[in-house]
Design a protein around this ligand. Structure first.
Ligand code: MRU
Length: 370
């Protein structure tokens, strides 16, 4: 994707594989800064501090983290320890464990001296596959957007298709293209008239900072709204569809995504607005059926709720990023980072392998075909 007419990916290999380059997402949209991560600890730190975030991207970062660990020490002991260390960095998205298992599968039975090289080849492959997968999600989702736009144009000719999205499921959350934003990029490039309502996504505001940044870079019309505004907009027919990503999807189609997604799904159902979830096949956790009972929900620091991060008005204090306290000193805050939307509220799952209904049988067919 483009930033100031330059093509970027969210992660890349540097120095022949001795370090990994990433965009520091904690500084966007105000400061564009890249970092070099040169060992497993730095990768874990980048994932926990959300320098890199988004389910597919943390999978790829984890794979490179295991590669860096094996460059330092390819022993069985370090392989197992680093796997667990990386896997504990964030608990909800299943891609992290999935990507680590792919590396483990390639290296565990080979001579330790060949492990780092084999890990590098596999991590590169996972990254390249992610780009292709996200592009396919875009193509599959584009067909849905085209159909909805055609239907809308009959009653409201000339009006844009209004998409509401939550959090950031764009190219910054993957290697390129994104999941929920990929069909939007494809639609924009195909000349479709669309407009995106961007939920700010408290507490960390990935919508206001990252999604707005991405859409701005691509020149896609968008408007940031307070999270609480979505239901109001749906009641007034200002949203044609909701399109979000997923950090973990169960084998019957329950979807776990950024906190607040569930409320949007409820409002969408009440107002007959279609609610679509875009996801790579790798975010399906086949070992889990009931998302509410079985998906571990990450609880993050209450400071993300009591404080807010942003740039001071430039006339007050230049461009530095500041943290501002919102609550009285000592106020307790609870910060679950994800919630589960039951399959019954999801209109369809847009995957790289096709669009399916969120049901055990359709998911199972997808698995059998793969
Ligand atoms: O906590 P984050 O910013 O990593 O959460 C990201 C999301 O919830 C995305 O919607 C998700 O990873 C979907 S896939 C790109």
């Amino acid at each position: 994707m483009n930033i100031a007419n330059e093509s970027w990916r969210s992660i890349w290999i540097e120095d022949g594989g001795n370090s990994i380059g990433v965009i520091d997402q904690t500084q966007l949209p105000h400061v564009f800064r890249t970092c070099s991560l040169s060992n497993c600890e730095e990768i874990v730190n980048a994932i926990t501090k959300m320098v890199v975030r988004g389910a597919p991207l943390i999978g790829v970062a984890g794979a490179y983290g295991l590669m860096l660990a094996l460059k330092d020490d390819p022993s069985d002991e370090n392989l197992n320890r680093s796997f667990d260390y990386l896997n504990s960095a964030r608990p909800t998205a299943v891609n992290l464990e999935w990507a680590l298992n792919r590396i483990l599968g390639k290296v565990k039975d080979i001579d330790p001296k060949d492990r780092a090289h084999a890990a590098q080849l596999e991590a590169n492959l996972i990254a390249e596959e992610d780009v292709a997968i996200c592009e396919s999600i875009g193509d599959n989702g584009l067909n849905i957007l085209k159909r909805l736009a055609k239907r809308k144009s009959i009653s409201f000719p000339g009006e844009p298709l209004n998409v509401l999205t939550h959090c950031n499921a764009g190219w910054l959350a993957t290697v390129d293209w994104g999941t929920a934003l990929s069909p939007i990029y494809k639609a924009h490039r195909a000349g479709m008239n669309l407009h995106v309502w961007v939920d700010e996504t408290r507490p960390r505001n990935q919508g206001a900072s990252l999604t707005a940044f991405e859409l701005g870079c691509e020149g896609i019309p968008h408007t940031v709204i307070a999270d609480n505004a979505g239901g109001h907009l749906m009641q007034r027919r200002l949203v044609d569809l909701v399109l979000v990503g997923s950090d973990r999807t169960t084998r019957r189609g329950d979807v776990c995504n950024k906190i607040g997604t569930y409320l949007k799904a409820l409002a969408a159902r009440e107002n007959n607005v279609p609610f679509y979830v875009a996801l790579p096949f790798s975010t399906i956790d086949w070992s889990i059926e009931d998302g509410l009972a079985e998906i571990p929900i990450e609880i993050r620091s209450g400071k993300e709720v009591t404080h807010i991060q942003g740039r001071m008005d430039s006339h007050l204090n230049g461009s530095a990023i500041n943290s501002i306290q919102l609550t009285p000193n000592g106020t307790e805050a609870f910060n679950p980072a994800f919630d589960v939307t039951p399959a019954s509220l999801v209109s369809a799952l847009i995957t790289d392998r096709g669009v399916i209904n969120p049901s055990s049988s359709e998911l199972n067919n997808l698995l059998i075909k793969s």
